[in-house]
Ligand binder design. Structure first.
Ligand SMILES: C[S@@+](CC[C@H](N)C(=O)[O-])C[C@H]1O[C@@H](n2cnc3c(N)ncnc32)[C@H](O)[C@@H]1O
Length: 198
């Protein structure tokens, strides 16, 4: 809202800076942004305009009132963000008197209320758990052989190489026995975690 641009940005296009109240972004089209990064006031910890700008959300010192206004911002951000794209929120908690105020949690709830969903981090143990569950009878061991984060992997994702060792104490396993298990595990990885098999 109170804006300045520092440094040079060269993205081959003009950079447009709007100075506006984030609760009303009606000058922006629906589904038009690839990424939103937002850093709202932490309620009234810092009073940005010292009460001089009525639309300044840092004038608000009540948690429910602040959240009601943030919800309007969230609604607008949800509207202008393209489907399946990301919105990053930077916000911290605060204290009132001698009491902790979980501001970040409350703000997140309002973003969820208007339609955002949380980006989930998937623990490796959940992935390994799926292998054990799906291939239990024949799977002797499973481990992560490689963990990769680099150029070929999109931002926010990791490349995992999973090594599976199938064995039966009764017979020599054939390709025909392993293939369906392998296909099932691939399908489950896709269904449960949205994993891409490379
Ligand atoms: C935590 S600061 C973010 C500072 C920013 N990251 C920067 O480095 O300049 C919160 C900002 O939200 C702005 N703000 C307050 N109410 C607003 C509103 N209704 N719409 C848009 N911005 C608002 C304040 O002026 C302040 O600049």
């Amino acid at each position: 809202m109170i804006g300045s641009v520092i440094g040079n940005v060269d993205i081959g296009k003009a950079v447009i800076v709007h100075v506006a109240d984030a609760r009303d972004l009606s000058f922006l089209k629906d589904d038009s942004f690839d990424l939103i990064i937002t850093h709202p006031p932490y309620m009234d910890i810092i009073k940005y305009s010292e009460g001089k700008i009525p639309a300044d959300l840092s004038n608000i010192s009540s948690l429910p009132k602040f959240c009601d206004e943030i919800e309007k911002v969230a609604k607008e951000l949800f509207r202008v963000l393209k489907p399946d794209r990301y919105c990053a929120i930077l916000i911290g908690d605060t204290r009132k008197g001698r009491h902790f105020v979980p501001l970040a949690f409350n703000v997140m709830q309002r973003f969820l209320k208007v339609g955002f969903i949380l980006k989930e981090d998937i623990p490796v143990k959940d992935i390994l758990g799926l292998f054990k569950q799906e291939a239990l009878a024949l799977l002797q061991s499973v481990r992560i052989a490689d963990y990769y984060k680099g150029k070929q992997i999109p931002a926010g994702y990791r490349g995992l190489t999973v090594s599976c060792f199938y064995r039966s104490s009764e017979r020599t396993l054939t390709e025909a026995e392993i293939s369906p298990v392998d296909a099932l595990v691939r399908e489950m990885l896709l269904q449960k975690f949205g994993a891409k098999i490379r």
